[in-house]
Ligand binder design. Sequence first.
Ligand SMILES: [Zn+2]
Ligand SMILES: [Zn+2]
Length: 384
Amino acid sequence: MSISLSKSFVDQLVAFRQTLHRFPELSGAEQQTAARVVAKLQETAPDEIREGLGGHGVLALYSGKEPGPTIMFRAELDALPIKEINTFSYRSEREGWGHKCGHDGHMASLLGLAQLLGEARPQKGTVGVLFQPAEETGQGAPAVLADSRFKSFQPDYSFAYHNLPGFPIGKVIVRNDTFSAAVKSLIVRLKGKTSHAAQPEHGINPSHAIARMLDRAAELQEARYGQDDFFLITPIAIRMGELAYGTSAGEGALHFTLRAWTTDHLEHQASILTQSFADIAVQDGLEVEIEWLHVFPATENDSGAYQKVREAALQNGFSMLDKPRPFRWGEDFGHFTREYPGALFGIGSGLNCPALHNPDYDFPDAILPIAVRMFHTIARNLVG
Ligand SMILES: [Zn+2]
Ligand SMILES: [Zn+2]
């Protein structure tokens, strides 16, 4: 089932998107954004609104009269600490912050679905629209999943999309199985001992261990660069000692980001890497501390949910690309697809659209109606 959307319907979604764009908020601090969303959702008279899920998350429910499946659609509330350089009228009014991932557009798309469900309830089952906090830090999805008021919701299927610069505008990008990589970041802290720079042998300088750790990371990387067991280690930052030329360095830290197509493969490679780092540190008499952060499991699409996305694109006559390889970036929707069958899909933002997280990026409003129609068709095909 596909519908056409009136110009006035799309125009008010664009206006809402641009308002969100003007007032970006960072991960975990999305109070005003959530309040704006709640105010709009209330106009659609949902059967229930749950607020404060996993932070500032909001879930609105629309139920049919007959029993049936429970379906969730998700958008993200957060923006980024990136200064907007655009000069259009709705540019960010918060210095140094911007909606540079298009979450403003994802929210407007989901509100569009909520409005359609408010006008015509599903025949059976329940549709939940979730506005999730803190996607960019990877903390929001696990926090929502751990919230008891979300747990009682238990969706049978979950769906979300991300706008994708670099793909033709409006093209629907689908993939069965892994859609986006498992990603996590690593901090390795080394503690040795400072000494006079004239007598480094009296201290424990971490430089040699740091050099060998970088080599080890590169070796492991080279061995696993094949497409099917893809594993990528990106060195992000290194720090050692102080700018004090009389002192031999006594501590240091290395920062990496690791990626693989599956969460299991990432865990396996991560344990090999950290074991080598521990061995190197011991050889040099250094204390080592390992910290993991920004953990994104792979977003693994369920084949049934993937079929629902394909079906919706075909019914609407949207151009579609079945992507041969997963995306290398992480997306915290992977936390949901781990717990509930689901699918993440992409909608092209245009070949000339600035990349995500760039200071001149802006969500292309032209894809709003496409996203709303995709969501709506998926919902109607499942719950009538
Ligand atoms: Zn992002
Ligand atoms: Zn994003």
